[in-house]
Design a protein around this ligand. Structure first.
Ligand SMILES: Cc1cc2nc3c(=O)[nH]c(=O)nc-3n(C[C@H](O)[C@H](O)[C@H](O)COP(=O)(O)O)c2cc1C
Length: 346
């Protein structure tokens, strides 16, 4: 993948490189596969804009999960640029007068990508959310330590639960999931994002709904609840799932963007390790249940519950074509802010 030799067009835009990086960016996970991003290219700079029209008004009134999803796309873009031999220069929320401008990444000097960055970038197309039962195989401690280190590298925190905490966390997820099932507004939103239209390139398709765990040992979000024709088939889930909670150091848009980068780095590290994963954010969407995942003394804020294990390959969900998410560069945003890290290893 590494090559620093990317020809630029007459207008100075390294289009081939940026296209490859955007393909990686849009492969990121996003809540309900809303893909709430747009990209504006100007020379060697990509602006990543929040597409607020794709915010889930019921599930995500603040736009927190929207920005976490964008953070995940930012991580992929950084990793791909580095793997293609160029240093990404990142600014989060660079323009106060353009709040939807979530991040700006500029193509920096040629570099030789570290092995970790290469592996993470290569894992991008292999990472999918897996809602199937996992094998009854223990995840080794070294792998879990790697996952926590991946979160730390992005200035977030991943706490892997011991068996007692795991059961407590899963109880909270289960309560949140069951509560959601009685909320008609939530159903309507779920219905909108699970339309099995053949030509649709967003939303969660029936192939990705997963199986139904009758005992709800693993309380996966039930996308099929509003799609009786695609009810999930019953299957026993693993008895002792590996469960972790991802925390950020605050609950601001800036931290959500950081948390999204951490989330994706953790998920890609898991993929490199041969693990599959599930994101479960139901309890974080209900304030009093979210509080149960937090220790007020340490100031960490819960952003997602994650499940890891070994399991079958799961179906890829579609992505919108790049033509749909690239917007013309006719409205330059004023740049102002501080520089972030340079790449997945910076
Ligand atoms: C912020 C965020 C929250 C998510 N919450 C859940 C969830 O609660 N349950 C779930 O099954 N998937 C969840 N997902 C996964 C998305 O549904 C998934 O990324 C999307 O459908 C695209 O599929 P893919 O991950 O296989 O590419 C979440 C993803 C993100 C980024």
């Amino acid at each position: 993948m590494t090559t620093g030799d990317w020809a630029a067009d007459a207008d100075g835009t390294p289009r081939g490189l940026l296209r490859a990086c955007l393909e990686a960016a849009v492969a990121a996970p996003s809540v309900h596969n809303t893909q709430p991003w747009r990209f504006r290219i100007s020379g060697g700079t990509v602006d990543i804009l929040a597409d607020r029209g794709r915010r889930l008004a019921v599930l995500d009134p603040q736009g927190r999960e929207l920005l976490i999803s964008i953070g995940a796309a930012v991580f992929n873009l950084r990793a791909a640029m580095l793997a293609h031999g160029r240093t990404p220069v990142l600014h989060l929320l660079p323009a106060v007068d353009e709040p939807d401008l979530a991040a700006r990444i500029t193509v920096g000097p040629p570099t030789r990508a570290p092995a970790t960055a290469m592996m993470l970038a290569e894992a991008i197309p292999r990472r999918h959310t897996n809602r199937q039962p996992f094998h009854e195989v223990h995840v080794p401690a070294e792998a879990l330590v790697d996952l926590s280190a991946a979160a730390e590298a992005e200035r977030a925190r991943l706490v892997v639960t011991d068996p007692r905490a795991r059961d407590a966390v899963l109880d909270v997820v289960r309560i949140a999931e069951q509560r959601r099932r009685h909320d008609p507004a939530y159903w309507r939103e779920l219905h909108e994002w699970t339309l099995p239209a053949a030509e649709r390139h967003d939303g969660v398709p029936p192939e990705a709904f997963g199986s139904w765990d009758a005992l709800e040992t693993v309380p996966i979000r039930d996308f099929s609840t509003v799609r009786p024709a695609h009810r999930r088939g019953p299957a026993p889930f693993e008895q002792a799932p590996a469960i972790a909670v991802l925390y950020t150091r605050g609950d601001t848009p800036y931290e959500w963007l950081r948390g999204g980068q951490a989330l994706e780095r953790v998920l890609l590290t898991a993929t490199v390790r041969g693990l599959v994963s599930t994101i479960m954010t139901q309890p974080v969407e209900v304030p009093h249940l979210r509080a149960l995942l937090e220790d007020p003394a340490d100031g960490n804020v819960a952003q997602a519950v994650l499940r890891f294990g070994y399991g079958p390959v799961s179906a890829a969900s579609k992505r919108r074509p790049l033509e749909e998410v690239i917007v013309p560069a006719d409205r330059p945003a004023r740049a102002s802010a501080r520089q972030e890290r340079k790449g997945p290893d910076g």
